[in-house]
Design a protein. Structure first.
Length: 203
């Protein structure tokens, strides 16, 4: 049996800038891409792991990316009381080889994104700006916030204003406003003169 040679699942936690969100990092690739679940309904449809986590009264949000799961807790619970339980649960869930995110989730989200942006008709000039904005976010912003267990997605560009969606640890994080304003807004304004402001889209 080859299964015996499989290395054990290792898991450790990392703090994120958001006190309500903790990053559970494993030594396995869980999902190539980003899967953000803010409520049990979307999870029910696409992620067996997130669905199980939402069954716990203290889980408010689940974000899965590469080898980690960021969990946002309800404010009336303390990490000290629930961290070990979550750690053990994720560890055994992954060790048993249970499904994390269903096939087709990426395509589903891309379609949703397209529908959301369908009403946004960019002029030729705007389309060039949008392309630049997306490239800068993918290159500089995403890798940095991923380290903190979160993600930032471009939503739309309108009259010089860039709307971004916060996910995972970035969602509801006290310091994400600072990141958004001083970090991302500063960079985009420097690199793309047409950008006047960066705001968080209310998802």
């Amino acid at each position: 049996m080859e299964t015996k040679t499989k290395s054990p699942v290792l898991i450790y936690t990392e703090q994120t800038p958001n006190p309500e969100t903790l990053k559970f990092v494993t030594n396995r690739m869980l999902y190539r891409g980003t899967a953000d679940f803010q409520d049990p309904d979307l999870a029910q449809e696409w992620s067996p792991l997130a669905t199980e986590l939402f069954k716990q009264p203290y889980v408010k949000g689940v974000y899965i990316c590469n080898n980690f799961v960021s969990i946002t807790k309800q404010v009336n619970y303390e990490w000290a009381d629930i961290m070990l339980r979550l750690k053990e649960f994720i560890k055994s869930y992954v060790a048993e080889g249970n499904p994390i995110v269903k096939e087709g989730f990426d395509e589903f989200m891309a379609q949703l994104e397209a529908e959301r942006g369908a009403g946004m008709e960019y002029s030729e000039d705007e389309a060039v700006i949008v392309k630049k904005i997306k490239e800068l976010i993918d290159t500089y912003v995403k890798p940095a916030v991923e380290m903190d267990g979160g993600n930032i997605e471009f939503e739309r560009y309108e009259d010089g204003v860039v709307y971004l969606t916060m996910q995972g640890a970035c969602s509801g994080c006290p310091s994400s406003t600072v990141t958004l304003k001083s970090g991302i807004e500063g960079m985009l304004k420097r690199m793309i003169p047409e950008v006047k402001e960066v705001v968080a889209a209310m998802g």
